[in-house]
Ligand binder design. Structure first.
Ligand SMILES: NC(=O)c1ccc[n+]([C@@H]2O[C@H](COP(=O)([O-])OP(=O)(O)OC[C@H]3O[C@@H](n4cnc5c(N)ncnc54)[C@H](OP(=O)(O)O)[C@@H]3O)[C@@H](O)[C@H]2O)c1
Length: 262
């Protein structure tokens, strides 16, 4: 052990053999995290519902190496999902150094138009599932002196008219991040990345037919004048995972948002 409490057997290359669980790993930001982490040498369990997307992303990461990537198709809101993911992580990875809670549900609607199932679904996917997964993986994370990175949103710190429940679910995730950072210290670090608008399928799913108009409004309200790339967010997720750079960082909410929340 070194003074950060981590196993020093890894030597100078802090990513080789690092074991990550990444939810929502089959598309967008999660897929970019899987690619980057495996590219740095980590072993990744990529979780999501669509087996075909996970298979594609993990096969590519596996082929490019030097790390490994294994798919696991499961709905993170299923009653036994957290326990099943913890079991699979133990079997496939032999332990966990980092959990990236990235799976997210976004339905953009005025409160008076929103379906109750969507409101409940956003809280289930964006808050309850991450919390249950952290809890299920805690023994493994404590054993490795590991970390959690929650993929939240600027929507959790800005007013979000017409997207209030999405924003509220991410604000709750931000609160969970800060509280657990203190509760789980010093064994487990807990941080969050707060992306601004990133060019992923979430926008098509989130805004339906109004997606183009919403995109234009978003770009004009973003100081850097464009949508971000999934890889630009993945870089910061991995930076917070990296024991070489972030071993003294916990409870941080890091905006990666083109200046949107400035
Ligand atoms: N794009 C943005 O502008 C933006 C901005 C701020 C924050 N974020 C956050 O970034 C995260 C990733 O979103 P993205 O932009 O990369 O969009 P995305 O490509 O739609 O990714 C969302 C991922 O979550 C997975 N997912 C959703 N519900 C799930 C469930 N119940 N169980 C398991 N997996 C589930 C989806 O996979 P399956 O459908 O296969 O399950 C998908 O891979 C989300 O938490 C989102 O809120 C995105």
């Amino acid at each position: 052990m070194d003074e950060t409490g981590r196993d020093t057997k890894r030597g100078g290359d802090s990513w080789a053999g690092l074991r990550l669980v990444v939810t929502g790993g089959g598309s967008g930001i999660g897929a970019a995290v899987v690619a980057r982490a495996a590219g740095l040498g980590a072993d990744v369990l990529a979780v999501g519902r669509r087996a075909d997307r996970l298979a594609e992303v993990t096969a590519k990461a596996q082929a490019e190496g030097p790390g490994t990537a294994v798919p696991y198709a499961v709905d993170v809101t299923a009653p036994d999902a957290a326990a099943r993911i913890a079991d699979r992580a133990r079997d496939v990875l032999g332990g966990v150094d980092a959990l990236v809670n990235n799976a997210g549900h976004a339905v953009f609607d005025r409160l008076e138009d929103a379906a109750e199932a969507d409101l409940r679904g956003m809280v289930d996917t964006n808050l309850v599932a991450p919390a249950l997964l952290i809890r299920a993986l805690l023994p493994a994370l404590r054993a490795s002196r590991g970390c959690v990175v929650n993929v939240s949103s600027v929507g959790g710190v800005l007013a979000m008219p017409n997207r209030s429940f999405y924003g509220a679910s991410k604000a709750a995730l931000n609160s969970l991040t800060r509280s657990l950072a203190v509760e789980l210290a010093p064994e487990v670090r807990v941080n969050a990345v707060l992306p601004g608008p990133v060019d992923t399928g979430l926008w098509d799913l989130a805004a339906g037919e109004g997606a183009d108009a919403l995109r234009e409004r978003i770009v004009s309200g973003t100081p850097l004048g464009r949508f971000g790339l999934a890889a630009e967010v993945a870089a910061w997720v991995c930076h917070l995972v990296d024991p070489g750079s972030s071993s003294w960082v916990t409870g941080s909410l890091v905006s990666v948002d083109g200046g949107r929340a400035a």
